[in-house]
Each structure stands twice: as C-alpha cells, then as structure tokens.
Design a protein around this ligand. Structure first.
Ligand SMILES: Cc1cc2nc3c(=O)[nH]c(=O)nc-3n(C[C@H](O)[C@H](O)[C@H](O)COP(=O)(O)OP(=O)(O)OC[C@H]3O[C@@H](n4cnc5c(N)ncnc54)[C@H](O)[C@@H]3O)c2cc1C
Ligand SMILES: *[C@@H]1O[C@H](CO)[C@@H](O)[C@H](O)[C@H]1NC(C)=O
Ligand SMILES: *[C@@H]1O[C@H](CO)[C@@H](O)[C@H](O)[C@H]1NC(C)=O
Ligand SMILES: *[C@@H]1O[C@H](CO)[C@@H](O)[C@H](O)[C@H]1NC(C)=O
Ligand SMILES: *[C@@H]1O[C@H](CO)[C@@H](O)[C@H](O)[C@H]1NC(C)=O
Ligand SMILES: *[C@@H]1O[C@H](CO)[C@@H](O)[C@H](O)[C@H]1NC(C)=O
Length: 539
C-alpha cells in the first residue's frame, strides 16, 4: 500500500490496476487496496492537485482513525468493539473534495455514510453493516451572516451553537429557530426538520430555509435553482442522506426582542401533577404563540417513596410581566408569579438549563464548545398526540413512569405549526397535532444486558402508550431516529419495507419523497436503514 509513494508513476500504475481489478470483479475491496484506490481516484477527480494529498483520507491503520471516529459519536452504544467501523474516514476541507468523494465512492462501488454532527440516535451516520466510508463534514463549518438581508448561510458541518453565536455576535435582535442542544450538526438537524423552543412562533428550521447547496449523485454542486423545487422540498424534512450530500443551507433569520423570559416549575404527583398535565394539554398548544411550554414526566424520589415529577419549562418571547399576566389568566393551576421567572437575552435562553445554571460561564464558551468524544448510552423514541389524554389515562401513564427510568417529554405544537400545510415541506406533522412525545432514557453501564434492559423499558412504555397516540400511521419524528419502527434490507420488497417507516416519518409526503428519490438517485447509492426507497419498478 503506497501511502506516501516514492515513485508516483509506479503508484499510479498500481492503483489504476487495482481499480480495474475491483471494477472487473465487483468484489468488495479490501481495506488496504481501497485506501490506495480511493486516494488515486480522489487525486484525479479533484480539480486542484494541491487538494489531492491534503491529508483527508484516513484508513483504519492510521493512528488518528479512532479519535476521528469517536469525536462525533454521540451515543455510546455505537462505540463498542463489536460495532462495525468504516473502512475509511474522509474529512473534506473544501466542497470540491466532497464532490470528489462522491464520484470516487460511487465509481468504486462502496457505500458512504454522511456525518455532520453525529447526533443520529441510531448512529446511522457512522455505522453500517455493509462495507462503508464515513464522509465526515465537521471541517465544513463556515457561517456567514448578512444582517441587512436577515439571512445566514451555514455549512453542514457547523453546529447549532456556532450558528447561534454567529448571529448573536452580529446583532442582538435576530435569532434562528432550531434545536436546544448546541453540539447538533446543521446537516442532519435541518434536513430532518429541526425543532426548538421558537417553533410555535416561527415554525421549524426548515420553514425558514431559503436556499441550499447539495452534491448530487454525479458529483455536481446544485443550488436551489439547479436542483429544482422538488429536491429542495425533499431536503427540508425528508432527511439529507437519501438524496446527496448537503453542503450548506441559507436561512432566513427571525426577529427577537432583546429580552425574553424563561421559567421552570416542578410538581410531584402529591402536588397535583396530573391536574396540571390535564390543563397543560388544553393550554400549551393553544396559548399565545410566543410561548413554548414543555412538560416532562420523570420518575423521582427514593426507592421507598417513589413519585413522578412533572416539570414545566417555558420560553416566552417577551418580558416577565406580560408572561405572568397571560399565564395567570390562561394557566391558573400553574400558580406562577414574576418571582418564578427570569428575564434574559435570547442567546442566554438558548443555553439556559434549570438543572445546571452555568453561573459565570460566558455564552460563547458553551456555544462554541464541540464537546468532542463525549457520549452517554441512550435510546429515544417519539410519538404524536392528537386527542387530549384523559386524567385516568395520565394516571396510568404516571404509574408506568414511576416504576421505570424512562422520561416522557411533551413538546407542544399549535401556533405557526398548525398554520403551515402538511405538504409545504417534507416534514408532515402540522395541524391536528397537539404535542410530540419524546421518550428519553440514558444510562452509563456499558454492558449489553443494561442496554437490553433500558431499550426494552422504552419499548414497553411505547407499547403502553398506543391508545393515547396517533394511529394509521403511528407518526414519528425523523430527527428522533428510531430503528424499531422499521428498517430496510434493500431486497425485492425494499419499497414495501420503506413504506413501513416512511409512512410514520412522512405521512402524506411519503409518495412524493419516493418519486423525488427515484428521479435523483435511481441506483439508490445514497441509502441507509431508513432512507427513502425507490419506486418498485426501478428496484
Ligand atoms: C443531545 C441531543 C439533543 C437533540 N435535540 C434536538 C432538538 O432540540 N430538536 C431537534 O429537532 N432534534 C434534536 N435532536 C436530534 C437531532 O436533530 C438529529 O439527531 C439530527 O439528525 C442530528 O444532526 P447531526 O448532523 O448532528 O447528526 P448526524 O448523525 O451527523 O446525521 C443525522 C442524519 O443526517 C444525515 N446527514 C448528516 N449530515 C448530512 C449532510 N451534510 N448531507 C446529507 N445527509 C446528512 C446522516 O447521514 C444521518 O442520516 C437532538 C439530538 C441529540 C443527540
Ligand atoms: C494518517 O492519515 C493522514 C491523512 O491522510 C496522513 O497525513 C498521515 O500521514 C497518516 N498517518 C499515518 C501514520 O499513516
Ligand atoms: C472541475 O472543474 C470543471 C470545470 O471548471 C467542472 O466542470 C467540474 O465539475 C469540476 N469537477 C470537480 C470534481 O470539481
Ligand atoms: C414522598 O415524597 C413526596 C414527594 O417528594 C413527599 O411529598 C412526601 O412527603 C414523601 N412521603 C414520605 C412518607 O416520605
Ligand atoms: C414561585 O416562587 C416562590 C418563591 O420562591 C415559591 O414559593 C413558589 O413555589 C414558586 N412557584 C412555582 C409555581 O414554582
Ligand atoms: C469510546 O470508547 C473509548 C474506549 O474504547 C473511549 O476512550 C471513548 O471516550 C469513547 N467515546 C465515546 C464518544 O463514547
């Protein structure tokens, strides 16, 4: 294997021979031959020759390989010795290197997985059963903010924290509606929808995207105009990984006031948590859309005296006096006063955590920290609730929560979410949904038995929730990746398999996504266990 070829011509000869051999036999390339073949192909597919040997290709023998891989693993379950590893990690520094990587992976016939922030709960961006390459995007993280036009262009490998920081640094009265975890990558987050605490006022991230750049199957860079409105629609909620490699999104910034208000209120079962939850279901999805009031049910107390804690956490895009006067009228059971509220800037609200006040820490320190190589063991699932759950129903759910470890988070919809038609973007869960549920369970015991126990617990609660949540299909949120709802094995019935999870993630938008997928990637090169399938006649 000629990593640093002494003689370029003999190296080129050897690798082109390999390429010929591989394409002739269609055999899965062995790791060492793959490295050489890929390097050779990249140097021929990249316009500027200086890019070719720019140290962006790492094979498994490379000392940096484990660190590179682990830096963006965010679920420790996919960081074991038995987890399948990529054969190669490519870390593009320039967009042309992404083009070359796609062209070469396709010509060699090896799968790629695209990773921006690595937060995929099932690790689909860096784990595959097939031999594969990881295209690792974190170096492509440029952000440009144009306040006069109220737009920002952000590369896929940037984090949400970096995006928020760059907006805030420019100006204090603009923000962007996206998730609350600052290390999430833009590439996966926005392509999958992207929700955060401004969604009732401004919708999802995808509702504020005005332009995108993607590298397609042929290695071309397409913008909104050249990709066309179909593909541009698909990569706003349909996920990026089925269609190509997203290089960047251009987003419309939204107006925010210099002061917003947050609060957190906790009640145990003994303090009427259930009555609070009954009222929350009426109020949170219908109140003034400047409010985002989430509710979390978690097991609490000691073994001898277990209870369930209901935590109400809120952001109000306005001052505390107004928040309190609205809440006293509309949500009296909350019993909130001004003393329970904290006024702060929007940027502080984006990093505010009532359990960890981070006193004395500068916002930028949190926003810009990537927390490389840190992960817990976790499982997540999602549901949508369309009919309020009765008091008896909530009592049963709380007993189930009390006996276990899973936390249920209720995120209210309504407001702007209910005004946007279900087919305006590929993200379909709009009017008619009162709130989304997230099932959360984290653990730190690395044993397979522990994983089995906690995953089973989440599944059992999910099964218990069946009567209370959406049906036909039982909807799910793509960004809360959950392979329990169906996977594709790409056999003869790949379309039917795809429809199982596809109908849950995309509801009425599934068929259009399939058509677009079939048109832009008829060979199904861009795929994973839950990608959009192609039409059966083309399979
Ligand atoms: C701690 C934590 C908090 C979260 N909070 C929220 C939240 O508040 N709101 C919310 O909506 N979601 C939230 N999520 C879910 C998160 O939005 C999704 O996991 C999202 O897909 C992560 O994007 P990523 O780039 O970090 O992930 P990755 O694992 O890199 O990618 C996720 C998926 O997108 C694909 N992909 C990534 N980059 C590209 C690209 N450039 N082009 C094409 N395809 C690409 C991957 O192949 C994979 O299929 C949270 C997740 C975690 C772990
Ligand atoms: C690891 O890979 C990088 C990037 O290709 C390269 O620069 C470096 O020399 C490799 N290190 C070793 C020890 O092979
Ligand atoms: C290289 O440049 C040519 C001409 O400028 C362009 O058509 C082609 O798409 C480029 N290829 C890559 C991989 O950048
Ligand atoms: C049990 O916990 C609840 C909630 O924390 C508390 O109100 C109650 O007094 C406790 N009961 C006993 C017997 O400790
Ligand atoms: C509001 O704050 C007061 C004073 O700290 C406290 O007694 C009260 O319990 C709080 N109310 C709520 C709803 O948390
Ligand atoms: C992955 O496991 C290694 C030990 O094998 C550990 O050093 C590293 O911190 C872990 N990283 C993550 C993200 O879990």
């Amino acid at each position: 294997m000629a990593e640093k070829p002494a003689s370029l011509s003999s190296f080129l000869f050897a690798t082109s021979l390999l390429l010929t051999l591989i394409s002739a036999s269609l055999a899965s390339p062995t790791p060492s031959s793959l490295y050489g073949t890929l390097l050779h192909c990249l140097s021929h597919s990249t316009n500027s020759s200086t890019l070719a040997n720019n140290n962006i290709v790492f094979d498994r023998t490379n000392a940096s390989f484990p660190t590179l891989l682990q830096n963006y693993i965010r679920n420790a379950r996919w960081n074991t010795s038995t987890t399948t590893k990529p054969l190669i990690i490519i870390t593009p520094l320039q967009e042309s290197q992404v083009q070359a990587a796609v062209i070469c992976a396709k010509s060699i016939g090896i799968q790629i997985r695209i990773r921006s922030g690595g937060h995929d709960y099932e690790g689909l961006s860096y784990v595959s059963k097939q031999p594969f390459i990881v295209l690792d995007m974190p170096n492509l993280r440029q952000i440009t903010v144009d306040i006069s036009k109220e737009v920002a262009t952000v590369q896929a490998g940037a984090t949400l924290g970096e995006l928020y920081y760059n907006i805030w640094k420019n100006n204090k009265v603009h923000g962007f509606p996206a998730g609350l975890c600052t290390t999430i990558g833009v590439g996966g987050h926005i392509s999958g929808g992207g929700y955060g605490s401004m969604l009732r006022k401004y919708g999802l991230s995808v509702d504020n995207v005005i332009e995108a750049k993607i590298v397609d199957l042929k290695g071309r860079i397409l913008d909104r105009k050249s990709m066309g409105e179909d593909l541009f629609w698909a990569i706003r909620g349909g996920g990026g990984a089925s269609f190509g490699v997203i290089l960047s999104y251009t987003v419309k910034l939204v107006s925010i006031l210099e002061t917003v208000t947050v609060f957190n209120v906790e009640r145990s079962l003994e303090e009427n948590a259930i009555d609070l939850a009954v009222e929350w279901q009426q109020v949170a999805p219908t109140i003034d859309d400047r409010f985002f009031i989430s509710l979390h049910f978690s097991p609490s107390g000691s073994d001898e005296n277990k209870t369930v804690k209901a935590s109400v956490t809120a952001l109000f895009l306005g001052g505390a006096d107004e928040a309190v006067s609205i809440l006293r009228k509309e949500f009296p059971i909350l019993g909130i006063g001004k003393e329970n509220c904290t006024e702060m800037s929007w940027i502080e609200a984006m990093i505010w955590n009532p359990d960890d006040p981070k006193i004395g820490v500068k916002p930028e320190e949190i926003l810009l920290s990537r927390h490389l190589n840190s992960a817990v063991f976790l499982k997540r699932k999602s549901d949508y609730v369309q009919v309020p759950i009765s008091k008896e129903g909530l009592e049963g759910i709380s007993k189930k929560i009390m006996a276990g470890t899973v936390v249920l988070g209720f995120n209210p919809y309504g407001g702007k979410m209910a005004e946007i038609p279900a087919d305006a973007t590929a993200f379909p869960h709009r009017a008619g949904n009162l709130f989304k549920i997230q099932y959360t369970v984290n653990w730190d015991d690395p044993s397979p038995a522990a994983a089995q126990k906690f995953v089973n617990e989440a599944r059992s609660l999910y099964s218990y929730m069946t009567p209370f949540v959406s049906k036909n299909p039982r909807s799910a949120f793509l960004n809360y990746r959950d392979i329990d709802i169906g996977i594709n094995t790409f056999g003869k019935d790949s379309y039917e398999q795809g429809k199982v999870y596809g109908a849950k993630y995309f509801n009425v938008n599934f068929e259009r996504l399939v058509k677009i997928k079939t048109a832009v990637d008829p060979d199904n090169f861009f795929r994973n266990e839950q990608s959009i399938p192609i039409l059966p006649s083309k399979s």
